[in-house]
Design a protein around this ligand. Structure first.
Ligand code: FES
Length: 576
């Protein structure tokens, strides 16, 4: 369970290096930090660490130097000393094999650096998909007063009069290019407009979803999730975050007081109402797990049935994050969701979610956050599936699916690995038609490894050219929160762990029955048992370093893909 910091020393006396003489440790520490020009007076102030996740590889975080300057100003104005420090930074398209493979490494880095260094509170500064969950996971375990500040979404671009942005439109235009509808020159022009400014992906992808979740669980100042990265308002928020962090240090307002089961339940509600990323469920499971809270998938499915999609953003709807911001962001959402949220949860402001909401500007006319009674999608963004292919669960983002395919039976076309998929998907010889079900396996937490966002299996080129734009696709992988289609994800246990997905053969009939929450292969138990008996055990691979730690301890999707040794015993399960 998280550390209890109330009796810990403060400021420079916290977390001393071990020399067997505490006063000498302070003496030595001060000697070194004075080399940076600090006076004794400055070093007697509360210390606010600022987690710096800037990296030349991470355009989603490129405004971090500016935000750090603003946050430092806020800390200094409130009488604290700000000290930025680096941790790992992960950007989605710059991480091999996948960003998810590294999320837990970053979470451990964050936890240990918060715990090892002297700080009375910490500002968690991140934004790209895996960085927000890793920061929250690490901070939850370290349990030092912590406040989240995200880098904010990028603005939308424009190509020949059409708005576009990363990364729903990356996939949409790439599909059109593969179908032969765009020339090399045109797709090059599109490429230059997809990320027209710094910041996180501008649709309701994982970064946007997790930013909303962090604000909804009370870990961010009100209104902080949606301010675009390039706006002055974001820098002002950074200054306010710095000021508030100093107060949180004095109040000893730790994450375990904020990230409660009720606050996590609010966050789950919000990701559903946002039409948010399926990845957010895995990440919230991991954050909750760090505090001994489990997420019951059946309960989450029930919650989905009561929580319509209210936000009209891609990939479920039409707009971009800047539109949601102008419409009032999470505040506008919470007003529509008033009957579903627990407003008595404590937040980083020191006030409750309801008190924060009461202090926000009154609502104004807008058409991005739809009324609860006239939602974008009434049936709930995501559905949790069971069935003989997913004994421990699977997920479908039904709001972003072709509705006519949500009940579908088709012939399996199986791809054994990502390499197999890449080698055959566009072959003219591939035996496939539009009614088939594309199956990808060995793409789960251990199989790929790192559970890549490969669940958005491309439509075979020959079908794309024939005008097919969606098919039922199933896998043990994840998919980008920016993706869309009739896609069953997170099948658990994964094939590499001997899950039933490993038993499917091309030609089997697969039945997707979303109404009854099932994904099944139409085989008898006897046939499944026969195939299991014939299943070959993979040759053991000799591993070392982080790779070994990852393979030995990573959990399946329903446990958040966290490392098993990072999860304390589960004492509470949500939603109730
Ligand atoms: Fe960083 Fe999308 S790649 S937020």
């Amino acid at each position: 369970m998280p550390h209890k910091p109330s009796s810990l020393p403060t400021g420079m006396r916290r977390n001393l290096a071990s020399y067997g003489d505490a006063e000498f440790s302070v003496f030595l520490r001060k000697a070194f930090i004075k080399a940076l020009g600090y006076t004794d007076d400055a070093l007697d102030r509360p210390i606010i660490g600022i987690v710096d996740t800037n990296s030349g590889y991470n355009a989603c975080h490129s405004n971090i130097p500016d935000l750090i300057e603003a946050a430092k100003r806020g800390v200094l104005l409130a009488g604290g000393i700000p000290i930025p420090f680096p941790v790992i930074s992960i950007q989605e398209s710059f991480a091999n094999p996948t960003s998810m493979y590294l999320r837990n490494l970053m979470a451990m880095d964050v936890e240990e650096m918060i715990r090892a260094q002297p700080m009375d509170a910490v500002i968690l500064l991140g934004g790209c998909d895996k960085t927000v969950p890793a920061l929250l996971m690490g901070a939850a375990s370290a349990n030092v007063p912590a406040i989240m500040l995200v880098t904010g979404p990028m603005l939308a671009g424009s190509w020949r009069g059409e708005r576009l942005g990363a990364c729903t439109d990356c996939r949409r235009f790439w599909g059109r290019y593969r179908a032969g509808e765009l020339t090399d020159g045109q797709i090059g022009e599109v490429n230059g407009e997809l990320a027209p400014t710094i910041g996180t992906c501008g649709v309701m992808g994982t970064a946007s979803t997790m930013a909303l979740a962090a604000e909804a669980m009370g870990m961010m100042l009100p209104g902080g999730a949606t301010i675009p990265a390039v706006m002055a308002e974001r820098r002002r928020l950074a200054e306010q975050t710095g000021t508030r962090a100093v107060a949180m240090a004095a109040e000893k307002l730790t994450p375990d007081q904020i990230i409660t089961p009720a606050a996590l339940t609010n966050a789950l509600r919000v990701i559903l109402a946002a039409g948010g990323s399926t990845n957010a469920l895995i990440h919230l499971t991991a954050v909750a797990g760090r505090l001994g809270v489990g997420i019951d998938l059946a309960g989450f499915d029930r919650m989905g049935r009561e929580t319509p999609v209210l936000v009209d953003l891609k990939p479920t709807g039409q707009g971009y994050m800047e539109d949601l911001h102008r419409a009032g962001g999470l505040t506008a959402m919470m007003r529509e969701m008033a009957g579903l949220l627990a407003f008595d949860c404590l937040t980083v402001t020191g006030r409750t979610l309801g008190e924060n909401l009461a202090g926000m500007a009154p609502a104004w006319p807008q058409d991005v956050v739809k009324p609860f009674k006239a939602p974008v999608y009434a049936a709930g963004a995501m559905a949790v599936l069971g069935g003989n292919l997913a004994p421990q669960g699977a997920l479908i983002k039904q709001a972003a699916a072709r509705q006519s395919l949500l009940q579908h039976t088709g012939r399996a076309v199986v791809f054994d690995t990502l390499a197999d998929l890449a080698a055959r998907i566009d072959s003219d010889d591939l035996d496939v038609d539009a009614n088939d079900v594309l199956v990808l396996r060995n793409a789960g937490p251990k199989g790929a490894p790192g559970m890549p966002e490969a669940g958005y299996i491309p439509i075979p080129r020959k079908l794309l050219r024939a005008g097919v734009t969606d098919m039922v696709r199933i896998s043990d992988a994840r998919m980008s929160g920016t993706a869309f289609g009739t896609i069953v994800l997170h099948i658990s246990p994964e094939a590499a762990e001997g899950g039933p997905l490993a038993l499917v053969q091309s030609g089997d009939q697969i039945k997707l029955d979303t109404a009854n929450r099932r994904i099944d292969v139409m085989l008898s138990d006897e046939e499944m048992a026969k195939r299991r008996a014939r299943l070959q055990t993979p040759t053991p691979v000799k591993r070392r370093g982080y790779d070994k730690l990852y393979f030995d301890t990573v959990t399946q999707a329903e446990r958040g893909c966290d490392f098993d040794f990072c999860i304390p015993p589960i004492t509470t399960t949500i939603p109730r």
